[in-house]
Design a protein around this ligand. Structure first.
Ligand code: GLU
Length: 311
């Protein structure tokens, strides 16, 4: 096993767009630039589009990126999430939560907690209240979620791009009511098992870092170094999406768009010619800190047709 590595861990919910690809390339350059391995994880616990994981990997390999070690798939690691949850449970840090999303939204928030944080409704229920709540859920065809009995609301994390992250930590979901292991738990367990000591990902996940670091602490796992990088936005200022136009590498290449040149320029390094050029000029301190706006070319008529109609 590699003891020092970065990683890319896309959810296989569809083809990657150029913004996701840029984040993956940054993770790669940052890992290689600091003498680390680079690993790949398929985060397929949720929202899987058939074939997407394979296409995402193919895209990266086609760019020349070399991946170390076996590809890890979260759906093959369920027993490790269960074991980690059991370790937390042994410490008295897990409780069942019977709340629906609506229950949480309509509950008054806890003092000092930001809106949307879990207010702790099920944290200190008596056993008879739990039995009644479980039965009520069962009648509705639902099962309880599992939550972490958070030991602190603050677990500051030093981020290499954003500085100190102090997002509030509520009672994080460990396993959802539908039985799916939650993102935060799976990430922490997998990163440690894969020898990941550097996490470079989009800054939409920056507020997850303190809760993930706390989970590491509670599980006795090392906390990786974090770098949350700016996202690519569409001209309206929203996160770039597939409906915005030609945004996948395949669509852009069909339009002779120079992916490497755009990557280098958008990150503040000037036009890159290829991966070697990127590796030579990349410097974490030089990354442009602002979000990049990408105005995608319109899709060609052939690309807007549903795939089944394409010849
Ligand atoms: N699977 C997550 C995503 O595609 C990334 C998780 C992570 O990097 O921690 O947004």
């Amino acid at each position: 096993m590699l003891d020092s590595a970065g990683r890319f861990a896309p959810s296989p919910s569809g083809d990657l767009h150029i913004g996701n690809v840029r984040t993956g390339i940054l993770a790669y350059l940052w890992a290689r630039g600091t003498g680390r391995g680079f690993r790949w994880r398929i985060e397929d616990l949720d929202r899987v589009s058939p074939g997407a994981a394979e296409r995402q990997l193919e895209e990266f390999r086609a760019l020349g990126l070399e991946i170390d070690g076996p590809i890890v798939r979260q759906t093959q690691r369920i027993e490790h999430y269960a074991a980690a949850c059991a370790r937390l449970d042994e410490q008295g840090l897990v409780y069942e939560c019977y709340c629906s999303r609506k229950d949480i939204q309509s509950a008054p928030s806890a003092p000092h907690a930001p809106p949307g944080a879990y207010p702790g409704t099920c944290r200190d229920l008596a056993e008879d209240e739990r039995i009644a709540a479980r039965a009520r859920l069962e009648r509705a065809g639902r099962a309880p979620a599992l939550r972490l009995r958070t030991t602190t609301a603050q677990r500051p994390v030093v981020d290499e791009v954003l500085g100190t992250l102090t997002a509030h930590i509520d009672d994080v979901v460990l396993r959802r009511g539908d039985g799916v292991w939650a993102y935060n738990l799976a990430v922490v367990v997998d990163d440690a098992a894969m020898g990941i000591d550097q996490v470079v990902r989009g800054d939409d996940l920056a507020s997850s870092a303190p809760r993930q670091a706390l989970l590491c602490d509670l599980l006795g796992l090392p906390v990786p170094a974090y770098a949350h990088v700016p996202l690519v936005l569409n001209p309206a200022g929203a996160r770039l999406a597939k409906r915005d136009g030609a945004v996948t590498l395949e669509q852009l290449r069909a339009q002779r768009f120079d992916v490497w040149a755009w990557m280098g320029e958008s990150l503040g390094f000037g036009r890159w010619m290829d991966l070697d050029d990127a590796l030579a000029s990349f410097d974490p301190a030089g990354i442009r800190r602002e979000a990049t706006v990408f105005d995608p070319p319109p899709l060609t008529p052939a690309e807007t047709e549903p795939p089944a109609n394409r010849r």
